[in-house]
Design a protein around this ligand. Structure first.
Ligand SMILES: [Zn+2]
Length: 166
């Protein structure tokens, strides 16, 4: 296989990406007829097609997808930050419900009321209480006060948890 005199011309056109658009009809006809030049064209075009295919497969991720993923991540973080005070409020409402249930049971069940009233007499707690609280009315006021205190502490706890987590 001997070197062809037209080969540098064809190679130059290929390197600049001007083949076959800028090639003269005479040169195209020569490339089709000449073994050396047709092989050069075949090899170059095969390598070029392979490179194009490889470049297409290593495509970067679309910016829209990246942006959407970042938005989703930020929204999840916002949701978690929002749910923390909600948890505190839920704890508070559960405690309040327990207190309400206790008040309801105490007011509805005569047996419960009698038991609560009996406890100080059995254990003689009334001797520890100041004189005004030893009457049934005073005892009821004391229970109400304790329940109010529990509610206040629960509220303060719920407030504190929602404050420290932010
Ligand atoms: Zn040739």
């Amino acid at each position: 296989m001997t070197a062809c005199s037209r080969e540098p011309e064809i190679r130059s056109l290929l390197d600049r990406g001007h083949w076959p658009a800028a090639a003269s009809p005479e040169l195209t006809a020569h490339a089709a007829a000449c073994t050396r030049c047709s092989q050069l064209l075949l090899l170059t075009q095969a390598f070029r097609a392979d490179r194009t295919r490889a470049a297409a497969s290593v495509r970067l991720e679309a910016p829209g997808v990246l942006w959407w993923r970042a938005q989703l991540r930020r929204r999840n973080a916002d949701l978690q930050r929002l749910q923390r005070p909600l948890l505190g409020a839920q704890i508070f409402s559960v405690l309040l419900s327990l207190v309400a249930a206790a008040i309801f049971l105490a007011s509805q069940s005569k047996a419960t009321l009698a038991w609560i009233a009996a406890v100080p007499h059995v254990l003689h707690f009334e001797s520890l209480l100041p004189e005004p609280l030893q009457s049934p009315l005073g005892l009821a006021a004391l229970i109400a006060g304790i329940l109010a205190l529990i509610a206040a502490v629960a509220k303060a706890l719920a407030y504190a948890t929602s404050e420290t987590r932010d």
